[in-house]
Design a protein. Structure first.
Length: 215
């Protein structure tokens, strides 16, 4: 598996380029910004982008999607529960003081039970609401790798104080879905350093607090 991770844009969103070294098919996850850098890596590995997958409709994850779509022709995939948030990109741009990227059009909704793929490398879509209503994670079972979006970070979890956020839902998603994955699963969060499910199960204070509750 070819897997390049670049921190893009002012909020340094982790954008993943995942490619099959045999078929050269690829997917790009969360092309928030810096699309020229993304395309340079795509060319360097001689890849053909077949899918653009968005973990959730925050501007730092989706802002460059239309530019990448225009350059590659690949469809954009997002869970439909985030379509309302996607219509607020101009408001989101004002929050963080960047230029609004214009309208982003989604080609296909994806949810639990769906599969996304880059050649032979397949990921299961896991709908994990909480950070936003339509947040998803992507789990590659053969590689034991999770692209977590802003649901889980090394030592932290996604904020739930923005529109569509729910602390109760993110805890359900983490305890019921994310922590059901094997300990050795490598986690690529939406921002910051990589971690593993086992590491977070043992040390993440947000997860420990919950699991230690006796009431
Ligand atoms: Zn976010």
């Amino acid at each position: 598996m070819i897997h390049e991770i670049l921190a893009v844009g002012p909020l340094q969103c982790n954008c993943s380029i995942i490619g099959d070294e045999t078929t050269h098919e690829a997917m790009v996850i969360d092309p928030g910004d810096d699309i020229e850098d993304v395309l340079a890596l795509v060319r360097e590995h001689n890849l053909q982008v077949k899918q653009i997958v968005i973990t959730h409709a925050h501007i730092d994850h989706v802002g460059g999607a239309m530019k990448l779509r225009a350059a590659t022709g690949a469809p954009i995939l997002l869970n439909e529960n985030d379509y309302a948030l996607l219509k607020m990109l101009d408001v989101q741009a004002a929050w963080i003081g960047v230029a609004a990227p214009g309208e982003v059009r989604i080609d296909q909704t994806v949810t639990t039970g769906d599969t996304v793929k880059a050649g032979a490398h397949q990921a299961s879509v896991l709908h994990t609401p909480g950070h936003t209503e339509g947040s998803i994670c992507l789990y590659f079972p053969a590689e034991k790798k999770l692209i977590a979006g802003d649901t889980l970070f090394a030592g932290s979890i996604g904020r739930t104080d923005l529109p569509g956020g729910s602390t109760q839902k993110i805890m359900q998603s983490l305890q019921g879905t994310v922590l059901a994955l094997p300990d050795e699963t490598l986690v690529v969060p939406g921002h910051g350093p990589l971690t593993t499910i086992g590491e977070e199960r043992q040390r993440n204070p947000f997860l420990l607090r919950r699991s230690n509750r006796v009431d």
